[in-house]
Design a protein around this ligand. Structure first.
Ligand SMILES: *Cc1c(COP(=O)(O)O)cnc(C)c1O
Length: 362
């Protein structure tokens, strides 16, 4: 513990220390098999047990019913940006996208390769500092699905609840940066996906949760690897899956379960967020870049009065063992990413640094 520092990186991000310790052992010798977890065949019993445990832990944690398939895929959330519309958005159909930041812009761009994209709402005119209100969302007549980004990693905003969907449209969600940070009613979704590397594991594995009836409704022919059904039918073992990532996700799910599950995570994440937002607000020195009511509990974005002070802040914080606070290169300022595994003590340390830094500038 003592040789680790507080890592506010936006992703890949801090993992639970208990999980890392378990993984050290498993890399060497998985469950007494004499073979490390990265060395086991994905077809063998020991790895199959790992994959089954990860899936069972995920279902238990988030209350995912059997009519949803869980897939462990590769290519990151960015691959879902095109795989999803390739699968479900017909040439003559429309999908509605809620545009709340860079990731939703990228998702919509890929969807345009396949069909019509209707931007049902966008907060671009407000520099993505807010989540659109319900009365600002204007859906098209009969969209196939509605896509949203539950947490905007770069701009530090987060949907406080799911948007409503019109008619027959199902909900598609990129939950890469807040998955399992709070309870989720999966039955509201058709598809929910997330790269693991922020809240639930290492990079290299993408969790995709799909309502099973949708697996039958592919609108065009696709290569075998791009069909969700291929992976659903084979338990994500059609080809070699990201075995280590699947192992790690299972350990992270168990770690969350041991901390009160998703409700426990939400409580803890609220406490952590409050510590930082309180420290930022009482100073009269910092500006929170996200609007009240839209603020993320995962990525806390803020600025000092000038870019020069921002740079000094990041540098001095780094020297104080608070790493990774520089904002995304596209927006500047600072960003503290405090996903599930990021410890509360780290938020307290940053809050105290925030007060000291502001006091020093007078
Ligand atoms: C990080 C991130 C992505 C990109 O994920 P990759 O796994 O790198 O493709 C997509 N969406 C959101 C919301 C993210 O935070």
């Amino acid at each position: 513990m003592s040789d680790r520092i507080f890592n506010f990186s936006a992703g890949p991000a801090t993992l639970p220390e208990e999980v890392l310790r378990d993984a050290q052992e498993a890399l060497w010798n998985l469950h007494g098999t004499g073979i490390g977890v990265m060395e086991h065949s994905h077809r063998g019993g020991p790895f199959k047990a790992v994959a089954e445990q990860t899936e069972a832990a995920c279902r238990e944690l988030a209350g995912i019913p059997d009519d949803y398939a869980l897939l462990f895929l590769q290519g990151g959330a960015s691959t879902q940006f095109f795989q999803l519309p390739a699968h479900w958005l017909a040439d003559d159909a429309t999908a509605d996208y809620l545009i709340t930041g860079s990731w939703s812009v990228k998702a919509a761009k890929e969807a345009r390769l396949y069909g019509t994209v209707h931007e049902a709402a966008s907060s671009k005119d407000r520099d993505f500092s807010v989540i659109p209100r319900t009365d600002e969302i204007h859906y098209s007549d009969a969209p196939t699905y509605v896509h949203f980004t539950s947490n905007n990693t770069i701009f530090g905003t987060q949907w406080q609840e799911e948007p409503n969907t019109p008619g027959e449209a199902w909900l598609a969600c990129d939950a890469s940066s807040d998955i399992f940070s709070r309870p989720v009613d999966i039955t509201r979704y058709g598809v929910l996906y997330a790269g693991a590397q922020k809240n639930i594991g290492p990079s290299g594995v993408t969790l995709v949760i799909v309502r099973r009836d949708l697996l039958e409704t592919r609108v065009r022919d696709l290569p075998t690897m791009l069909r969700y059904a291929t992976h659903a039918e084979q338990g994500s073992l059609y080809n070699t899956p990201p075995t280590f990532g699947i192992y790690m996700m299972g350990r992270v799910f168990a770690w969350i379960a041991g901390r009160g599950g998703l409700a426990g995570m939400e409580r803890l994440n609220r406490e952590k967020g409050q510590i930082l937002y309180n420290a930022l607000e009482t100073q009269g020195f910092y500006t929170c870049t996200a609007g009240e009511g839209s603020r993320s509990l995962m990525n806390v974005t803020f600025r000092t009065p000038s870019p020069e002070l921002d740079a000094a802040f990041v540098k001095q914080a780094e020297a104080a063992g608070l790493s990774g606070l520089k904002g995304h290169r596209s927006v500047g300022g600072m960003r503290a990413s405090i996903y599930n595994a990021f410890p509360k003590q780290g938020c307290e340390a940053l809050a105290s640094f925030l007060r000291d830094f502001a006091a020093k500038q007078g």
